[in-house]
Design a protein around this ligand. Structure first.
Ligand SMILES: Cc1cc2nc3c(=O)[nH]c(=O)nc-3n(C[C@H](O)[C@H](O)[C@H](O)COP(=O)(O)O)c2cc1C
Length: 179
């Protein structure tokens, strides 16, 4: 059973999550490939989709949103899961006591209801300030940035792996083959 793990990642941490999901699915006996959305082709050849993006200023990266919109018909005919990689820091809540995973849900997820995705999961992300480029580099200089953007790698690999295991369990019994 072929599964596409398609992702958008500006600095590589979301790519790492996508690759770990694909590795786990492969270890569970599936034929999973992690690919940047820009390189994902021939979607008819897949039996399921995991689609993820880094979150910037409350949104998925444009290339990921465009990928979902452009391929809405094909993506919605197969089981699909969504993930976002965003929150930073060791705390689960923000200064107002709100759950960071809830706050981080990008605005596009409501629009993607047409996919009938089995789940949307928010994972903590990673940030290396020295890697920031363009507008992000400028934003990092703003006084609020230090407080809002915690530096470090906050990805929880055991959570990513158990999410992938859950996907593997749900995929058992899904029909295989091209439409
Ligand atoms: C300028 C900037 C804005 C960000 N905005 C958000 C945001 O609105 N919500 C969020 O959860 N994370 C936000 N983040 C954190 C990133 O989503 C996080 O660092 C993510 O892991 C980056 O993924 P990538 O390495 O795949 O690009 C922001 C990071 C930067 C540098």
């Amino acid at each position: 059973m072929r599964i596409l793990v398609a992702y958008a990642s500006r600095y590589g941490s979301t790519a790492g999550i996508a690759e770990r999901i694909a590795e786990k699915l492969n270890a569970e006996g599936f034929d999973a490939q992690a690919k940047p959305v820009k390189e994902a082709r021939d979607l008819a050849g897949y039996d399921g989709f995991v689609i993820g993006s880094a979150v910037y200023i409350g949104s998925w990266m444009k290339e990921a949103t465009d990928f979902v919109r452009r391929n809405r018909v094909q993506l919605s005919t197969k089981p699909a899961w969504l993930f976002s990689s965003g929150p930073l820091g060791a705390k689960a809540t923000d200064a107002q006591g709100r759950d960071l995973r809830t706050v981080a849900v990008p605005k596009e997820i409501a629009e993607f209801a047409f996919l009938n995705a089995k789940e949307h999961r928010v994972f903590f992300g990673a940030l290396d300030r020295s890697k920031l480029t363009g507008m992000h580099r400028l934003m990092n200089l703003m006084p609020a940035a230090k407080e809002l953007l915690g530096e470090g790698d906050f990805r929880d690999w055991s959570e990513v792996e158990s999410w992938a295991e859950g996907i593997a369990r749900q995929l058992v019994g899904v029909p295989v083959g091209r439409e």
